[in-house]
Design a binder for this molecule. Structure first.
Ligand code: ATP
Ligand code: MG
Length: 388
């Protein structure tokens, strides 16, 4: 079986081999290649110790981060390749990270510490695929299965609970029965996982193709990381895979969304976008141009489009509003102060005093244009300004 390696990965394997070490591409890139997907990044696993790896790549820019954990990142023609020494993890006492790691010269031991069988395969041009745990079978059966005893693997590292849900959702795989039972049983351990890691996995879970099934099959796991969630999984599955839209659809109120997303330390823009969607979740939407312009003024084009997509996913017939929105944007209707033909300076010149009055007058003129009571023309607008 051949894998189409990236240039960087091919070079790294070749250089390590030439120096007398074993080297394989491993993990997600092998899984994705076998699925016919283009890997996001290429990871290499090697028998070389970190210092030995650094010596092999002494000519290339080496980012020495993570040397303690055995990872050296090299930049090959601009492409970063992470090279990790074969490793076995020591005991886990905090439910999240091994207390120590030890290097090994055995590829099999390195593969055994990896989370799921589909992530525990390695490949090199000389040996072909190395798959000691049945990863190919599970790829064929579309199954997420722990390497080894699931209960133990989730007890070692609770992040794997969410990774299982994430791969199930994004790859469209189901979770094998014992693995599913163990992750359900161990869900309380999710409290050991940092908010940032939970947030990153959650986005991938809700944006995956199999998100509705995952939410339906593991509600008690989701509740552990998202107290207050309340979601129609089928509607969520019909919505675009836009994080703000899908996160908003996990809640029925702005307050619940804000509390849960803040707790998970989501960035402010995402929280604001999700709240805006919930604020307008049931607001009346009409398809006449003034109504569409008014919504644009409140939300802007991107958020308005997200709102329409979300509400359409809930089953609202919104084709008329979408059509009007297209026309309004295409034809350059004025719906914001930026596009208004009169600026603050014009009003000052017309004698309107600086201060709040100026803002109110501009807003009233914009209202007149949006409602279609006045064309967006300077002279016509200035005529509406009451004499000072
Ligand atoms: P992605 O496509 O998201 O990058 P990936 O499988 O490459 O998926 P990474 O987080 O990049 O995931 O990890 C690379 C590899 O390291 C995984 O394929 C897996 O073999 C191993 N791995 C990562 N995280 C864990 C973990 N928490 N426990 C065990 N093995 C892990
Ligand atoms: Mg990866």
């Amino acid at each position: 079986m051949e894998l189409a390696l990236s240039r960087g990965a091919a070079y790294v394997l070749c250089a390590l081999r030439a120096a007398g070490y074993e080297a394989y591409v491993v993990g997600g890139c092998v899984r994705d290649s076998l699925l016919g997907r283009r890997p996001g990044d290429w990871d290499v696993t090697t028998s070389a110790l970190p210092e030995e790896t650094k010596a092999v790549f002494s000519g290339a820019p080496v980012i020495g981060t993570g040397v303690r954990h055995g990872t050296v990142a090299v930049l090959v023609g601009g492409e970063p390749v992470e090279i990790t020494t074969y490793r076995v993890d020591g005991p886990y006492s905090d439910g999240r990270r091994p207390d120590s790691v030890a290097f090994t010269r055995s590829l099999r031991e390195d593969l055994a510490r990896r989370d799921f069988t589909v992530n525990a395969m390695a490949w090199s041009p000389e040996t072909g695929l190395v798959d000691p745990f049945g990863g190919v079978d599970d790829l064929r059966g579309k199954s997420i299965r722990c390497v080894g005893d699931p209960a133990r693997r989730f007890q070692e590292d609770a992040l794997r609970i969410l990774r299982a849900l994430r791969f199930s959702s994004s790859l469209g795989f189901s979770i094998e029965a014992e693995t599913a039972a163990a992750l359900r049983a161990d869900r309380a351990r999710l409290e050991k996982v940092s908010a940032e890691r939970i947030a990153a996995e959650l986005v991938k879970i809700v944006c995956g193709t199999r998100a509705p099934a995952v939410l339906r099959e593991f509600p008690e796991v989701v509740a552990r990381v998202l107290p207050g969630w309340d979601c129609d999984p089928d509607a969520l599955g019909r919505a675009p895979a836009d994080p703000a839209v899908r996160l908003a659809m996990l809640f029925s109120t702005e307050a619940d969304a804000e509390a849960a997303l803040r707790r998970l330390k989501f960035d402010r823009a995402t929280i604001r976008a999700a709240k805006a969607l919930l604020a307008f979740r049931t607001a009346p939407l009409a398809e006449d141009r003034p109504a569409v312009r008014r919504m644009l003024r409140k939300l802007g084009p991107a958020a308005f489009r997200r709102l329409l997509a979300m509400r359409a996913a809930y089953g609202e017939p919104l084709a008329g509003v979408e059509r009007t929105l297209g026309e309004v944007l295409e034809e350059g209707d004025c719906w914001s102060l930026d596009a208004l033909a009169v600026k603050g300076g014009d009003l000052l010149a017309a004698g309107v005093p600086a201060g709040p009055e100026l803002g109110r007058t501009l807003a009233a003129l914009l209202d007149a244009v949006i409602d279609g009571r006045c064309p967006n023309e300077r002279a016509a607008l200035l005529e509406l300004v009451p004499p000072q």
